[in-house]
Design a protein. Structure first.
Length: 233
């Protein structure tokens, strides 16, 4: 699971087709589907996708919005636009879109576009988190973090070896800085989705490594759905 992508499109059949195509590429993981423009920019900032796939006529984000992203986001995602004709594709490119495909999109065409994306964005994810507690510095492998819990203005970080490391940062700080596979499921919890072993929807429970049980709230339903996509992939 190397690359994260977000789909922005209000047409369900389009989204389903893109998800179906991307299932053929095991190193890609869908972090969400955005259907309207009310929270499109917010979702990009929150989920930090490396890749965004969108229809040229979608209602989630406009081409000028993409151009504006460069003014306040340090790392702007790589945008692939699916267009119905060359004119729409050209307009997209003029507004900062990285690549385009013409409908109907075939598997080999998507593959070529993803290869172009990977060539421009070689995988180089951070693997360690530096946690400062007073004058003590802990260097923790991201893969060893199971979840984070808010404790007023500090955060407790729980590890696979059952140890807990306190950090003098808010949960909001970690939500904005950790990689995409750390998702907030509750006002007090962020989980490493690679350690999620079970989701009980009716009881609003999230199980980690078949041991730890955390609650999730309706406010973070979309993030829970993202975890379900990962488990079912």
């Amino acid at each position: 699971m190397h690359y994260s992508f977000l789909i922005m499109e209000d047409n369900n059949s389009f989204s389903e087709r893109m998800l179906q195509l991307l299932e053929n590429f095991s190193n890609y993981f869908c972090v969400g589907v955005v259907k309207d423009n009310e929270n499109a920019i917010e979702k990009i900032c929150q989920l930090k996708p490396q890749l965004v796939i969108m229809g040229a006529n979608n209602h989630a984000i406009s081409f000028p919005d993409i151009l504006e992203l460069h003014q306040y986001i340090i790392s702007v995602p790589y945008f692939i636009v699916i267009a119905n004709n060359g004119d729409a594709a050209l307009e997209a490119l003029q507004c900062g879109v990285s690549d385009y495909l013409l409908q109907p999109v075939q598997l080999h065409q998507m593959g070529k576009s993803l290869f172009r994306f990977e060539k421009k964005n070689p995988f180089n994810a951070a693997s360690t988190l530096c946690i400062k507690s007073y004058s003590d510095y802990h260097f923790v492998a991201l893969s060893d973090i199971t979840y984070l819990k808010a404790d007023n203005n500090t955060t407790d970080i729980y590890l696979t070896n059952n140890k807990t490391v306190p950090a003098f940062k808010t949960l909001k700080y970690f939500e904005e800085t950790l990689p995409f596979y750390f998702l907030r499921i509750h006002k007090s919890y962020i989980v490493n989705i690679n350690h999620v072993s079970r989701i009980h929807l009716s009881k609003s429970k999230c199980y980690l490594n078949y041991d730890e049980v955390l609650p999730f709230s309706i406010n973070y339903k979309e993030n829970v759905e993202t975890i379900l996509r990962k488990i079912n992939s």
